[in-house]
Design a protein around this ligand. Structure first.
Ligand SMILES: [Zn+2]
Length: 192
């Protein structure tokens, strides 16, 4: 059994911070069907996100609130991420291996308040342009191939996490000359 199993509570001390080489590496594909250890790890990562969005638990363990977590953010060179998003349509939880964006819209979106990251202990102002809609092929927790269509905020979360798995940080997308300059010749609007 690996370190990150059902009895382990991930806390901020497990979260790798910017500057660590593993956050700048293209992560290795996970074997499919996934091993029990990889599945347990991914579920443990999902639990972090749920805990972090539950005020009493977050306070007890001093967790920063997060909606997505990639394996390299806990120091593992593995292509997998968890996401937990609560919106007006309900709760959406994802545990995915080897995700890949197979198509995307031309239109883009960005979060008015910018993006944050559990691996970044500072506010980085600026707009992060993302595709408004994406189609992702991945393997779910049982090892079944799935194709997911995402739009709006969940699409932003997925792009942030898949970027992590490719060694890309959110601020790499921010215009270095003017952080609030949006890309030109592209239809782009804010979310929220
Ligand atoms: Zn992040």
């Amino acid at each position: 059994m690996g370190k990150f199993n059902e009895n382990y509570v991930i806390t901020m001390k497990d979260i790798v911070r910017e500057g660590a080489p593993i956050l700048r590496k293209v992560t290795d594909e996970v074997d499919i069907p996934p091993s029990e250890e990889d599945k347990e790890t991914l579920l443990c990562m999902l639990q972090y996100l749920k805990n972090s969005q539950t005020p009493e638990i977050a306070a007890k363990y001093k967790l920063r609130s997060g909606v997505g977590l990639s394996a390299n953010q806990i120091g593992l060179d593995k292509r997998m991420f968890a996401a937990y998003i609560v919106d007006d349509k309900g709760e959406h939880e994802y545990t995915l291996f080897n995700p890949k964006i197979i198509s995307h819209s031309l239109t883009m979106i960005y979060l008015q308040q910018g993006e944050g990251c559990l691996s970044v202990d500072r506010a980085v102002p600026g707009y992060v342009p993302r595709y408004e809609r994406i189609k992702v092929r991945a393997y779910d927790i049982t090892g079944e191939e799935v194709v997911l269509k995402l739009s709006g905020y969940p699409a932003i979360v997925f792009q942030h996490e898949i970027d992590h798995l490719n060694g890309i940080m959110f601020y790499d997308h921010i215009n270095p000359d003017n952080p609030f300059q949006l890309p030109e010749n592209v239809e782009i609007k804010s979310v929220f």
